[in-house]
Every structure is written in C-alpha cells, then in structure tokens.
Design a protein around this ligand. Structure first.
Ligand code: GRF
Length: 208
C-alpha cells in the first residue's frame, strides 16, 4: 500500500447517481469492507454522487472539461488531483468518460471499472437497454455485470476481476431489469474491492 497506510485508500470517480459509491460507503460504515473512500471526483458538478460523498464526510472534487480542452490535458489535471489523495485503488463507479493513458499510466493496474453487462457485451452507454432489446429479439437469454481492470483506453474491456450473470424475465421492462442489474453491481463491486484489498499489494496484477 502507498504511504504506509493500513487501511487501503480508494478514490472513486463518478458522473451521476453514485449508487455504487453508496454501496462502497455503506460496506465500509457497516464494517464489511476494510477500505476507505478518501475522495470522490466527478466530471459533473451536479452529480448526486457528490452529495452522497459529502453526507458521508468524504472530500469531493469537481473536475470539469473546459471548452476546447485537450483530453490529455484534462486527464493530466485529473491525475494530479487524484494522486494528491494517494489512492491504492481508483474506482470508476459510473464514470462516463474514457480515460487516456495520460491518466491510466499514473495508476498502473490500479484502476477498476464497473460495467452493467457481461465481458465483451454491450460496451459503452445504455448497456442494460441494449441487453433488453437483444433479449426481446431472442439474441441473448441473460445479461450480467462485471468489474475489470482498466489498462488502456479500451471501452469496458480489460482483465476481468469478477462477473456475474443476471437473469432477464419475460415481463421485464427497463426499470425492473435496471434494478436487478444494479443490485448485482453493488454486491459485485464491494466483493471485488474486498478481494483486491485482501491481497494487500496494490501494484500486483490480479486475476480472480
Ligand atoms: C452503473 O450501471 C455502472 O455500471 C455504469 O453506470 C452506472 C452507474 O450507476 N457505468 P451509479 O451512478 O453508481 O448509480
């Protein structure tokens, strides 16, 4: 662990609601997770995840893309801000920007992303909606959720840490399927962090 801390330090990046951030905060508060969120960053000033962090007493930072700002310059600024908090792990929990190597190379093998679909399926936005459409066309019988490392700029790809199938029911609509996928994501993300932190060596590539 960096900085000689005994409790692994997490910096969480969010862009919106932050229910996955909440799952991490709750797991820590209830003693189920021995890893603490030391800061929450958002690229959107109005992300509800920021309020969740503030309620939990966690420092927040907003890092907005300036008009015309090059991606790598933005990622450099973001990386500077994040590294200030000396994270053992950087958790992308609903972070809706692709990070370049300018950011990722600062935290090698320490950036973790959550995606609401199985590995290789429906990368990018609206994954749950696209899975429901595919189910209705008879192309898939279930969907899932996964947590993976982010080694490069690939979208929702990278070494898989945990994944789990999520059933789709014939009478599902987007709302019911989203609720089912999200509840699996919350559990999966906490379990993954627990597992990563249990290993104790942040810079070691993991394969679960
Ligand atoms: C999750 O489904 C995550 O997989 C996706 O965005 C959603 C974020 O949800 N990348 P929340 O902001 O944590 O509630």
């Amino acid at each position: 662990m960096t900085g000689g801390a005994t409790v692994p330090r997490l910096v969480v990046l969010v862009s919106g609601n932050g229910s996955n951030l909440q799952a991490i905060l709750d797991a820590y508060a209830s003693g189920q997770l021995a890893a603490t969120v030391v800061a929450v960053f958002s690229n959107r000033a109005r992300a509800y995840g920021l309020e969740r962090a503030e309620l939990a007493g966690v420092p927040t930072r907003v890092c907005r893309l300036q008009k015309g700002q090059p991606r790598r310059e933005y990622d450099h600024t973001l990386a500077e801000g994040v590294s200030h908090f000396r994270p053992d792990w950087v958790v992308l929990a609903g972070w809706m920007r692709i990070l370049t190597s300018t950011f990722l190379d600062r935290f090698p093998d320490r950036v973790v992303n959550l995606h609401p679909a199985l590995p290789g399926q429906f990368p990018g936005v609206n994954a749950i909606e696209r899975a429901l459409d595919a189910y209705r066309k008879g192309e898939i019988c279930h969907t899932g959720a996964m947590v993976h490392l982010v080694p490069d700029e690939g979208v929702d790809s990278g070494p898989v840490l945990f994944s789990e199938r999520v059933p789709i029911m014939p009478n599902d609509d987007l709302k019911t399927l989203e609720a089912r996928v999200h509840s699996v994501e919350h559990r999966l993300l906490v379990a993954t962090i627990k597992n990563l932190c249990g290993r104790g060596v942040a810079n070691e590539r993991v394969a679960i």
